[in-house]
Design a protein around this ligand. Structure first.
Ligand code: V4E
Length: 215
C-alpha cells in the first residue's frame, strides 16, 4: 500500500514557465473519475474517497498520523497525505466497516462486477474528466501534475509516493524544495478539484465537510 504526500498549488504563467524550464514532461492524459458514496455520505464524512479511474477502483483514506491530528510545521500543513488502496477485496472490507452494513455481500471481486456497489447502497456523486500534464524533477524524485478539470478549474500538485510507514519527512522536504524551485510563495492551502466540484454541485454536503474540517 502506498501513501501519497502532496501539495496543491495555483499554477501562474510564471510557475508554468519555470516548470517547463527545469522539469521534464513525462506525459499527457485524459482522466475520467467517478466518485462513490452512500446517499448520506458515510465515506466522505470520514475523509474516505472511493473512486473508479480507468476501470480500476481506488480508495484514498487518511493515514494514522493524519487521523491523530499530527501535522508538524507550517510548510507541512500545506501538504496532504492519504493512503491509496487499490486491492478491491480490501476496499470492500474498509467500505463495509464504515458503512456498518451487517448484511454479508456475496458479490465477487472483479473490476467488472459492480453488484457490491448497490448492495452497499453506493451511488456516484461526482463525475468529471481531467486533462493532466505530468512533469518530473529527476533530482528531487517528485512528480508535478497540472490538471485542467472539465468544469473549468485548474490546479497543480507536487506529489511524492512513499510506502506505508515510509519517510514522510523526506517526502515533505522534497516537496518543499520543489516548491522553492518553482518559485511558489504563499502559505494558503489551495483547493482541490473536489472542493470546487462539491461547492457547485452539492453545496450542503460541501458546507458540512468544511465544518468538519475534512476539506
Ligand atoms: C483525498 C481527497 C480527494 C480525492 C481526490 O484527491 P485529489 O488528490 O484531490 O485528486 P487527484 O485527481 O489529484 O488524484 P491523484 O491523481 O493525485 O491520485 S477529494 C478530497 N480529498 C481530500 C483533500 C483535502 N482535504 N485537501 C486537499 C488539498 N486535497 C484533497
Amino acid at each position: 500500500m502506498s501513501v501519497e504526500v502532496e501539495r496543491k498549488f495555483s499554477c501562474s504563467a510564471d510557475t508554468l514557465k519555470k516548470l517547463e524550464e527545469i522539469g521534464v514532461c513525462v506525459g499527457q492524459q485524459q482522466i475520467h473519475d467517478q466518485y462513490f458514496d452512500t446517499p448520506e455520505f458515510h465515506l466522505t464524512l470520514r475523509d474516505m474517497w472511493l473512486r473508479k479511474r480507468k476501470g480500476c477502483w481506488e480508495l484514498k483514506c487518511p493515514t494514522a498520523e493524519a487521523q491523530s491530528g499530527k501535522q508538524g510545521e507550517a510548510a507541512a500543513s500545506l501538504c496532504t497525505r492519504y493512503k491509496e488502496i487499490t486491492s478491491l477485496p480490501e476496499i470492500h472490507l474498509r467500505v463495509k466497516e464504515v458503512i456498518k452494513q451487517d448484511r454479508e455481500s456475496e458479490a465477487g471481486f472483479s473490476q467488472e462486477d459492480e453488484s457490491w456497489l448497490s448492495k452497499l447502497d453506493l451511488v456516484c456523486f461526482a463525475e468529471f474528466t481531467t486533462a493532466r500534464r505530468s512533469f518530473t524533477l529527476k533530482e528531487e524524485g517528485v512528480q508535478i501534475d497540472l490538471d485542467q478539470a472539465d468544469f473549468g478549474y485548474h490546479v497543480g500538485e507536487i506529489e511524492v509516493l512513499i510506502s506505508e510507514g515510509g519517510d514522510e519527512q523526506a517526502a515533505l522536504e522534497k516537496i518543499r524544495k520543489t516548491a522553492e524551485k518553482l518559485g511558489l510563495t504563499g502559505d494558503q492551502r489551495v483547493k482541490g478539484k473536489m472542493d470546487v466540484y462539491l461547492k457547485r454541485n452539492h453545496p450542503e454536503h460541501y458546507a458540512k465537510l468544511l465544518s468538519e474540517h475534512i476539506l
